[in-house]
Design a protein around this ligand. Structure first.
Ligand code: IPM
Ligand code: MN
Length: 357
């Protein structure tokens, strides 16, 4: 029997409704295995702007830091789209990642057997399955580099600096190699070292770290080529390691191979066991409050939390298995719906998963 304190940043749009279903699932697993999860709800994103005038109040950071892990729904929406960069809801996400030192973002893209029809590629491209883990560096690169405006002889200009240190590359590379070791022992490094100095340092650092992992096969792709290969031969990828912006883009691309971004969980990890767990999808304001959002990405993020922050492997597997059973039984939300399947709302999808736990 263990007790865990979880900070919950449900956020905006569909964030709160998918989070509610996630918590129902976690509580059921807790009951079954005798764990107690205590939740502390804090504001981040647009709802925090409305209530406190800022996307990431210090209180939210403090509660997250003091917790055993953080669950995040989604942030953002049209309402806040015209605010200046440092006042936008997205600052909550970037700020939490930075404040909690969560430099490693794990985004598994797995094509469920039952969802092969939902994958937009022709069947022959995915007949060997898709099981890719994108390991994205999360607290460096141009998302965190110096930014600003200046006058040039072409008029006003803006810049965001892409910078990586050896230490930053080393730690994310180690994370990726360790993960690859537990999977198919194949790591693909993605950079743009033919053009970018930051990528040249990235590449040489990856090669240096690789000396400690002779058992893992390592290859390299330029990011433009990688985006193409992901479509042409998705089955040949195992683990991908890359920088912040490349990982942001490639993980959205990889998500589509699985049929819907509504299926993809993520874990953001740092040095300790504290992590932040969130679906890869956004706040989807157009479908918010209609009980049609897919809660699976958020529920699978809860499963990742059990595994990576709490070390509860069996409990995590129970959730993954329940999701697979529900999909195999033909239950679908609208985003993954196909002919002959049974369409469920957000709450009903969670009901079906609960019934399998
Ligand atoms: C993501 C999102 C965020 C990112 C945004 C909302 C700041 O796109 O988690 O992938 O770019 O990291
Ligand atoms: Mn993104």
């Amino acid at each position: 029997m263990s007790n865990f304190n979880i900070a919950v940043v449900a956020g905006d749009g569909i964030g709160p409704e998918v989070m509610e279903q996630n918590i129902r699932v976690l509580d059921k697993v807790g009951q079954k295995f005798g764990h107690s999860f205590k939740y502390e709800y804090v504001k981040g994103g647009g709802c925090a702007i409305d209530e406190f005038g800022e996307p990431l109040p210090q209180h939210t950071i403090d509660v997250c830091k003091a917790s055993d892990s953080v669950l995040l729904g989604a942030v953002g929406g049209w309402k806040w789209d015209t605010l200046p960069g440092d006042k936008r809801p997205e600052r909550a996400l970037l700020g939490l990642r930075g404040a909690l030192g969560l430099y490693a973002n794990l985004r598994p893209a797995t094509l469920h057997e039952a969802l092969k029809d939902a994958c937009p590629l022709k069947p022959e491209f995915v007949q060997d399955g898709v099981d890719i883990m994108v390991v994205r560096e999360l607290t460096g690169g141009m998302y965190f580099g110096e930014k600003g405006r200046k006058q040039t002889d072409m008029g006003e200009a803006a810049y965001d600096v892409e910078q990586y240190s050896v230490k930053e590359v080393e730690r994310i590379t180690r994370t990726a190699f360790e993960i690859a070791r537990k999977r198919k022992k194949h790591l693909t490094n993605v950079d743009k070292q033919n053009v970018l100095e930051s990528s040249r340092l990235w590449r040489s650092t990856v090669l240096e770290v690789a000396k400690d992992y002779p058992d893992v096969e390592l290859d390299h792709l330029y990011v433009d080529n990688a985006s193409m290969q992901l479509i042409m031969r998705p089955s040949t990828f195992d683990v991908i390691v890359t920088g912040n912006i490349f990982g942001d883009i490639l993980s959205d691309e990889a998500s589509q191979l699985t049929g819907s971004i509504g299926m993809l969980p993520s874990a953001s990890l740092g040095e300790g066991s504290l992590g932040m767990y969130e679906p890869v999808h956004g706040s989807a304001p157009d479908i918010a409050g209609k009980n049609i959002a897919n809660p699976i990405a958020t529920i699978l993020s809860g499963a990742m939390m059990l595994k990576y922050s709490f070390g509860l492997q069996d409990e995590s597997k129970v959730i993954e298995d329940a999701v697979a059973k529900v999909l195999n039984a033909g239950y679908r939300t609208g985003d993954i719906m196909s002919e002959g399947m049974k369409k469920l709302g957000c709450v009903e999808m969670a009901d079906a998963i609960l019934a399998e736990i």
